[in-house]
Design a protein around this ligand. Structure first.
Ligand code: VGL
Ligand code: ZN
Length: 209
């Protein structure tokens, strides 16, 4: 894989609460951290995202009476999966994994900070309308091709890749540098959604040639 000055690595939500033992643990979520550190060294431009929720966020099961984590409810912008309380703003759970080491990261983009709208995607919140500002940032900086890694493959990586693609960026998912939450069907749906949008999935070893 030949990298260009207009490429960026987008590292999605490598935060303590998504790690084994965390509030919304993703199996083996910590296993990708050394690989992401290695990949990041190959990129001139790295952007980190940080899921960053206020108390009583709409995505928390505890915000809704008689609801359990992983149930899907209807909210004004459509269906919303409910989660355990996670990545509360400025808590240890919201901090990046302590082994994530990307000193040259140029931007930390926080998302999901509005109480009434969740944001899986780094580009658009879950109403599929409210921008995070990332597309404008990338355009102003002439970063046109994005490689995605991080957590979780079937939620935030998935929606970031699809929105990035729809907003005109060339978007590629580094599959072995992600891990899924793996709710029923979510990985299969992600594979189909990426294929439908002709978003490539590559393995990190392709950077070694
Ligand atoms: C995520 C569920 C809830 C993710 C964030 O980073 O994929 N998933 N919040
Ligand atoms: Zn979240």
């Amino acid at each position: 894989m030949q990298l260009q000055p207009t490429d960026a690595l987008l590292v999605i939500d490598v935060q303590n609460d998504f790690m084994p033992g965390g509030a919304l643990a993703i199996p083996d979520g910590d296993a990708i951290v050394p690989l992401i550190n290695t990949l990041a060294k190959k990129f001139d431009h790295v952007i980190l995202t940080q899921d960053w929720h206020p108390a009583q966020h709409i995505s928390f099961a505890t915000t809704h009476p008689n609801k359990n984590p992983f149930e899907v409810i209807k909210v004004p912008y459509g269906p919303q999966t409910l989660w355990p309380e996670h990545v509360l703003q400025h808590t240890e759970g919201a901090a990046f994994h302590p082994a994530l080491h990307i000193p040259h990261a140029e931007l930390i983009l926080r998302k999901g900070f509005r109480r009434h709208i969740d944001s899986y995607s780094a580009f658009l919140e879950n109403d599929h309308h409210t921008p995070t500002g990332l597309a404008g940032y990338l355009r102003e900086r002439n970063l046109t091709r994005l490689f995605l890694c991080g957590l979780a493959y079937d939620f935030c990586v998935r929606y970031s890749a699809i929105d990035g693609h729809k907003l005109g960026f060339e978007t590629i998912v580094i599959e072995d540098a992600t891990r899924p939450v793996n709710l029923p069907n979510t990985v299969a749906e992600t594979n189909t959604a990426l294929a439908t949008n002709r978003i490539a999935r590559i393995l990190s070893k392709e950077f070694n040639t």
